[in-house]
Design a binder for this molecule. Sequence first.
Ligand code: UGA
Length: 456
Amino acid sequence: MTISANIKIAVLGLGHVGLPTALGLAELGWPVVGADDDQAKARRIAQGEAPFYEPGMAELLQRQLGSGRFQVAGSVPDAVQQGTILFVCVGTPLGADGRVDLSQVESVARTIARNLNGYKLIVEKSTTPVRTAEQFHRTIARYSNGQHPFDVAVNPEFLREGTALQDFFHPDRVVLGVATPEARQMLLQIYQPLLERMAASGNGSAASKGSSPLMVTDLNTAELIKHSANAFLALKISFINLIADFCEATGADVTEVARGIGMDPRIGPAFLRAGAGYGGYCLPKDLKAFVRIAEEHGVDFSLLNEVGRINDARAERIVQRLRHATWVIKGKTVAVWGLAFKPHTDDVRDAPSLRIVSRLREEGASLRLHDPWAMEQFRRDFPDQPPRLVYCPSPENAAEGADALVILTEWPEYLKADLARLRESMAAPIIVDGRNLMDPAAVRALGFDYYGIGRP
Ligand code: UGA
């Protein structure tokens, strides 16, 4: 087939992956139409309202709607018909049986099949188990009338919430899993403006080192790269959390151990922050899904099962630390700073705060919660219940009258709090720092009982 100069991109699914991808591609100069089955969400986006907090997103959305390069289609079938290259960015949650629930992926495959009106390149961007692209191809072939050719490719996303746009424009790597020369050529064309931008600015991490961040491989390998990457990140975090426990038992300092081992380029300094454990929509779910699919293929992934088990135990460790600090939790007022699973997002999915707040309630504590962005999301699981559970307008207000302060997300604004005043306003000066945000010496000098993670 010949490659048309009139490429239009359709992005199917406008969540944490789809929306940054759609806006990023529009910013690169491509005409993009987005669609989502959630009509209310699609309408909000069409009106210029970002459906979740992501730094820079609201501005980029308004700019690209204004430029006309990004539009929202009335329906997914409409977007499929308009697009030549379709990026599939639908959700892939974990099912009750521990397998990835691929019903949204399967449903979109049938929608695409029924709306083929010419050649389409269908690009799987959602995180899916290895061999999903093959199945996706079979499903489209089965449900279409066979009149229009199509290709399926895999282009895993490596966007982190909170830095999604920065990651889109400065990726460490762009992985393209392709099965045909046409798919390869079209995807290279799509990413060409990004590679040129990176080469010109020299500030992409791979480009700045003089190498191209592009990698072309086959479909199954591209899918495995994505799952392996998230599993390895989870492994690093659980590893450093184990070392933190050992540091606590021996009086060593895990932040220094992490610095020391991270100086070895074979290990690297990133993802070695000990704390309350990893959360979010990706690492916990992807790790479980990866273990499951490996087992189904007869591969023993007990190593990664342990990674998950270590992470699950982190929440209880924070509760134990608080019990140790307060002697008895029952009847105490506990301030919690940080509910989002990480800073710069309002996402609380699988956040350690969910488990810890739930445990503290079981233990009989009254909670005063604060987060700069995530309180609305958290309220869905934990509605206001004064005086047992209240949401506070500022971190200082949350700490007022509290017997202890627990930090669960390392929002930079928490470092700006006037700790001397905070100490005066609290009933007891106890800080359990689940993210090692504070400087222990400085906090202790102000008279706080300070408990970090893996630090003496
Ligand atoms: C993760 C990956 O980092 C992205 O590359 C990937 O694209 C994304 O999943 C995805 O699959 O969509 P994300 O879930 O946004 O991104 O968050 P991370 O930055 O990976 O953090 C995950 C969790 O690990 C957070 O709860 C964070 O607090 C925790 N973490 C991170 C630590 O406890 N210690 C660390 O050293 C680093």
